[in-house]
Design a protein around this ligand. Structure first.
Ligand code: PXP
Length: 246
């Protein structure tokens, strides 16, 4: 039997809306618990250095309430490593972070920052945390990810998602994701993907046989404005099931 692709729901943008007015609502914890009820397989949240959306208190509250794995997105900094070591999420996903960016732009340069990433993987793994590296679908980055000791990668789907659907370049980007997934899987890495995925471009990525989990946030939060959070999660979950019927 082929397993369905797992859905990791990213709740950052519920917090973005809250921080826009510095109110107590909408509550990202409530969103995470609704997502859990609606069939999400994991919850992702990114505690950024500038705390522009998720706050430290969100992370700790959620840790005590979640029944599904927490995927803690973090930059490779001493501050975040110290928090992760205390928090002990099921997964830590290492991402590049720039203050001026709108969202995470581009994957982690594992080749160029090999030593610091290798050492971060070791520190996190010593605390029982599985480490994922958010990287472009590039063979050199995948090979370096394997060498660093990480056991998972998350392929950056941002380029794919930015292209006109069914255009030549879109098909090429999808083929590149497929090749990268096959290569990483052959090295023994678990392959996840995410960024920019929505209700119309996720099916094709979910159909990649090596894909284990997709992390999706913005599109779900945006759709929830109209249909409610649980329904938005259910519809995305259905999309993943359609890609790989049981
Ligand atoms: N994966 C990673 C590593 C990310 O940084 C993000 C964005 O926070 C996502 C997945 C989700 O992207 P989106 O919000 O575009 O679905």
């Amino acid at each position: 039997m082929i397993n369905p692709v797992r859905l990791g729901v990213n709740i950052d943008h519920v917090a973005t809306l809250r921080q826009a007015r510095d109110t107590r609502y909408p509550c990202p914890i409530k969103a995470a618990l609704l997502a859990e009820q609606a069939g999400a397989d994991g919850i992702t949240l990114h505690l950024r250095e500038d705390r522009r959306h998720i706050q430290d208190s969100d992370v700790w509250q959620l840790k005590s309430l979640l029944h599904i794995p927490m995927n803690f997105e973090m930059a490779v900094t001493e501050e975040m490593l110290a928090i992760a070591e205390k928090l002990k999420p099921a997964y830590a996903c290492l991402v590049p972070e720039k203050r001026e960016e709108q969202t995470t732009e581009g994957g982690l340069d594992v080749v160029g920052n090999f030593r610091s990433i290798q050492s971060a993987c070791q520190r996190l793994q010593q605390n029982g945390i599985e480490v994922s590296l958010f990287i472009e679908p590039d063979f050199k980055q995948i090979d370096a990810a394997k060498e660093s000791g990480a056991t998972l990668i998350e392929l950056h789907t941002g380029h794919y998602a930015s292209l006109m659907q069914h255009s030549k370049s879109w098909h090429e980007a999808l083929a590149q994701l497929q090749k990268a997934a096959t290569h990483a899987h052959a090295l023994g890495l678990q392959v996840n993907a995410g960024h920019g995925l929505h209700y119309h471009n996720t099916l094709q990525v979910a159909a990649i046989p090596e894909m284990v989990e997709l992390n999706i946030g913005h599109a779900i939060v945006a759709h929830a404005v109209f249909v409610g959070f649980e329904q938005a999660v259910k519809e995305m979950k259905q999309c993943l099931l359609t890609a790989r019927p049981l």
